[in-house]
Ligand binder design. Structure first.
Ligand code: MG
Length: 162
């Protein structure tokens, strides 16, 4: 990395509850449980938002989009990600790449993983990688009571803004 290249990490978890909707990477899943959240609870997109904000020293998603602000009630997290991209652009950063891992026991992602990747690449305009792991049925994620995600983003400062 050069001195104009910055990396950021993101980590997020959400509770899964009967009857809520489950959206991951902008894909809605047909599953009996979904995330409990102020927004649509897209844990993968939240981790990516935090990674990008972290690389730009812009705090985190809770700072930028407070969960007591009615403007963000049930908002699509993909819309929040677009706003994040605008914020880092204003600070003179270009996004170079994003890598991410969903930590989920069920449902199995199957072909939805390719759709998540496509959704994210279309919105961000850079290469995005979406990986997935279970916790081998250990802990709250393994019991299907929660879902998690982590992400890393690399940004480059535009030379003209140095
Ligand atoms: Mg979250």
């Amino acid at each position: 990395m050069t001195d104009t290249t910055r990396a950021g990490i993101g980590l997020d978890f959400h509770r899964l509850t009967e009857g809520e909707s489950l959206v991951l990477g902008g894909v809605e899943f047909d599953h009996h449980k979904g995330t409990v959240a102020h927004s649509d609870g897209d844990v993968l997109v939240h981790a990516i938002c935090d990674a990008i904000l972290g690389a730009a020293s812009l705090g985190d998603i809770g700072v930028q989009f407070p969960d007591d602000d009615p403007a963000y009630k049930d908002i699509s997290s993909m819309k929040l990600l677009k706003k994040v991209l605008e914020k880092v652009d204003v600070k003179g950063f270009n996004l170079l790449n994003v890598d991410s891992t969903l930590i989920i026991q069920e449902p199995k992602l199957g072909s939805s993983r390719a759709q998540m990747t496509e959704n994210l690449e279309d919105l961000l305009g850079i290469p995005v990688n979406v990986k997935a792991t279970s916790t081998e049925r250990l802990g709250f994620i393994g019991r299907g009571d929660g879902v998690g995600a982590q992400a890393i983003a690399v940004l480059e400062k535009e030379e003209s803004s140095e």
